[in-house]
Ligand binder design. Structure first.
Ligand code: ZN
Length: 241
């Protein structure tokens, strides 16, 4: 069984289509770690495509904000403008659907969560080595897949000690070790690589690989500007930051 694990699509339909094309034929099912909306110009199309294709989906802070379950006061200016715009693009049913997504779920030997498994509704970022190591006590599965920071990386814990792999690209799991993996962002990468990021996880073989996919950035940019969203949100796609 091979899963494509997608996170932080953020309304970027060009990136989402490129990733779904890239994983088709190489994976058996799609998992989604939230923030399907916000920032990009195609929230509706992205929500519908993910709802149609994903075997399991958890909600992110952007879903919860758009659904009215999370105040926007702590969002920065760009995120707030985008979330308010996104709210208007979605009808009542779509907002209710997003607001009803679980924040954390288990699938086989994996935990899926947008932010941290410790307190999913606190929206903490796992960035440093310590952030990741501290989170292991909060889930019981062998794997935990997260998004939220838009930066791929991995942490593992076992009898040989803790390991942190910032920018991890390929992992082969070892007996007796557990893993947290940030799969990066499909629609708004922030690791200075503008290509869409997602993970392929082979359950039986025990490996995981972060894939990068070039997509039509200029169309995604153009749509953001045309929608009247902040130009910064278009520019950062080119920089991948
Ligand atoms: Zn995000």
């Amino acid at each position: 069984m091979r899963y494509a694990i997608l996170s932080d699509i953020h309304g970027n339909l060009e990136a989402l289509r490129a990733v779904l094309h890239d994983c088709a034929g190489r994976t058996d099912a799609v998992l989604c770690l939230g923030d399907t909306v916000g920032y990009g110009a195609d929230p509706l199309a992205c929500v519908e495509l993910v709802a149609e294709q994903a075997r399991a989906t958890v909600g992110g802070n952007h879903e919860y904000a758009v659904a009215g379950r999370l105040g926007m006061t702590w969002f920065n200016r760009y995120a707030r403008v985008a979330a308010e715009w996104t709210q208007q693009q979605l009808d009542e049913d779509h907002r209710a659907y997003l607001g009803a997504l679980p924040l954390i779920t288990e699938l086989g030997d994996a935990t899926l969560v947008h932010a941290s498994p410790a307190q999913p509704d606190e929206w903490d970022y796992l960035v440093t080595a310590e952030d990741g190591f501290a989170a292991f006590a909060s889930f019981a599965t062998r794997w935990c897949f997260v998004g939220h920071s838009h930066v791929p990386g991995a942490w593992s814990l076992g009898s040989a000690g803790p390991e942190h792999h910032p920018g991890a690209v390929r992992l082969q799991s070892e007996r007796g070790r557990r893993y947290i993996v940030n799969v990066g962002s499909v629609g708004q990468p922030r690791d200075r690589d503008p290509r869409a990021a997602y993970a392929i996880w082979d359950v039986e073989a025990g490996w995981l690989e972060i894939e990068r996919v070039a997509y039509d950035v200029s169309t995604a940019r153009h749509k953001i500007v045309e929608a009247g969203l902040p130009r910064f949100l278009a520019d950062r796609l080119t920089a991948g930051s």
